[in-house]
Design a protein. Structure first.
Length: 404
C-alpha cells in the first residue's frame, strides 16, 4: 500500500505502518525447557471475537506445552488472531497475563512509545482494519494472514496527547454501548420467556385439570406426510419439512421441490388445507404452525392436524400444542438417538383437554393478544439491540477519521 494514496487526515496526523510503531521482536519462549513450571496459555479459543477480550486461559505445565505455545506476551500488548481475520478475534493483554504465553496463531503488537496501547487496540477493532485483512484472504483455501501482513497495515496516527484523548472517549463510549447491549439482550431473553408464562397460567391452573379429556385421534384427524424421500427437482411443488416450521410461521425460503406427480401421490395421503395445523415430528419437536396460504405443498416429517367438525377450536389447539400438557407427554414418548422424533401414533394418542367451545375461544383470544403483544415488544427490543450493535463500528470510523 502506497501511503501517498490513502485518505487525507487532519493536520498533525500521519499514516504509518503498524510495523513502524510496534516492536519488531516481542520475544519467544519454549515452556518445555522448564517442564515442571506452570504458565498461563492464551490460544485462539481464549479470545472472544464478540467481546474483544481474553475470556479464559489454560494453566499448563511446561512439559505439556503445545507446539504453538511460544510467544511471550506483556501487559499492554495487543494480540490479533491471524486465522479468519474477518472474525476479528483481538484482545488487549491485561496485567495479570504479563509475561505469559500465547499461541503463534496470534500476531503480537507491542506499541512503541509514540503509540498509545488503547488507541492501537481500538484501531484493530475498526471496520477498516478488519476489511483490509479480510481482503487479503479472499478466495484462499485457508483464510489466514501472516504477521508481516498484519504489521504492513497502516494506522492514522495523531500526536500522542490526541491518541490518549480519543482512546479515553472511545473507552467511555464503548463501555456505555456495552452496558446498553447487555441490558437489551437481557430484555430480549426476558421477553422470550413471557409466552411460556402465559401458557402455563392457562394450562397449569387447577381449573384446567377438570376439563374433559380424550385421545387426540378421537376428536381430531391426525396424519403425517410422506415417509419416503421423493426425487428433488429444480422447479416444482415445495416439500415442507420440520425445518420449515418457524415461530414466525411457515417458511418457504430454504424449501426443496418435488415433481407434480410425487406431490399428487403425497396429497392422496395428506392433503394440506388452509386452517390446518402443522407440527414438527423430528429435530426440534413441535413448532406448530397454522396454514394461512392456499399455495400447494407437500409435507415430510410433519404432523398434520385437521380440525374439521371437531369440538376443539383451531386457535385453542394451536396454543395447547405449545403447552406443557403436550410437551410432557411428548418427552416421555420420543424415539431415536441423537435426533429424536415423534411417531404418528404418539401424536394420535396425545391426551387432549377440551373445555366448552366458548371457553376455548375466549382463552385463545386472550393468549393471542398476550403473545402477539409480547412478539411486538421482543421485535422492538431486538431492533434496538441491532442499533446498539451498529454503534461501535460507527464510533470507530469517526475516531480514526478525526471526527471524534
Amino acid at each position: 500500500m502506497n501511503l501517498n494514496n490513502v485518505a487525507k487526515l487532519p493536520d498533525g496526523w500521519r499514516w504509518v505502518r503498524l510495523g513502524e510503531v510496534c516492536e519488531e521482536k516481542t520475544g519467544t519462549k519454549d515452556p518445555r525447557l522448564q517442564p515442571k513450571d506452570t504458565f498461563r496459555y492464551v490460544d485462539i479459543s481464549s479470545v472472544g471475537n464478540n467481546q474483544k477480550r481474553i475470556l479464559g486461559t489454560s494453566i499448563l505445565l511446561g512439559k505439556d506445552a503445545p507446539s504453538r505455545a511460544r510467544q511471550v506476551i506483556k501487559a499492554g500488548d495487543v494480540i490479533v488472531s491471524t486465522t479468519r481475520p474477518n472474525l476479528n478475534a483481538v484482545a488487549l493483554v491485561p496485567h495479570e497475563l504479563d509475561n505469559q504465553i500465547c499461541s503463534t496463531g496470534f500476531c503480537v503488537l507491542r506499541p512503541k512509545k509514540e503509540l498509545e496501547r488503547n488507541f492501537l487496540f481500538a484501531y484493530v477493532c475498526s471496520p477498516n482494519f478488519v476489511k483490509n485483512l479480510s481482503d487479503l484472504v479472499k478466495g484462499a483455501l485457508y483464510p489466514a494472514v501472516t504477521d508481516k501482513q498484519v504489521k504492513a497495515q497502516v494506522i492514522p496516527l495523531p500526536p500522542l496527547p490526541e491518541q490518549k484523548r480519543i482512546a479515553a472517549i472511545l473507552n467511555e463510549q464503548m463501555a456505555a454501548v456495552e452496558k446498553a447491549r447487555v441490558a437489551a439482550e437481557a430484555q430480549v431473553e426476558a421477553a422470550k420467556t413471557l409466552p411460556g408464562a402465559y401458557l402455563r397460567k392457562v394450562f397449569e391452573k387447577e381449573k384446567a385439570k377438570k376439563w374433559p379429556k380424550k385421545r387426540c385421534q378421537e376428536i381430531i384427524e391426525v396424519r403425517d406426510g410422506t415417509h419416503d424421500t421423493p426425487k428433488y427437482v429444480d422447479k416444482g411443488i415445495p416439500l415442507v419439512t420440520s425445518k420449515n416450521l418457524k415461530s414466525s410461521g411457515l417458511d418457504f425460503s430454504n424449501v426443496q421441490y418435488i415433481s407434480q406427480e410425487d406431490h399428487e401421490q403425497i396429497k392422496r395421503r395428506s392433503k394440506v388445507d388452509v386452517g390446518d395445523i402443522l407440527f414438527a415430528m423430528i429435530g426440534t419437536i413441535g413448532n406448530p404452525v397454522i396454514v394461512n396460504t392456499d399455495r400447494e405443498f407437500s409435507i415430510k416429517n410433519v404432523g398434520l392436524f385437521k380440525i374439521n367438525k371437531s369440538p376443539i377450536n383451531r386457535d385453542f389447539l394451536f396454543f395447547l400444542l405449545q403447552s406443557s400438557i403436550v410437551t410432557r407427554q411428548l418427552d416421555k414418548s420420543l424415539q431415536g438417538g441423537i435426533q429424536k422424533f415423534a411417531s404418528l401414533n404418539v401424536l394420535r394418542n396425545l391426551i387432549i383437554p377440551f373445555p366448552p367451545l366458548a371457553e376455548q375461544k375466549s382463552i385463545a383470544l386472550i393468549l393471542y393478544n398476550q403473545i402477539t403483544g409480547t412478539d411486538r415488544l421482543r421485535k422492538s427490543i431486538e431492533d434496538q439491540l441491532e442499533t446498539i450493535k451498529s454503534l461501535p463500528p460507527a464510533l470507530l470510523r469517526q475516531a480514526f477519521s478525526g471526527e471524534l
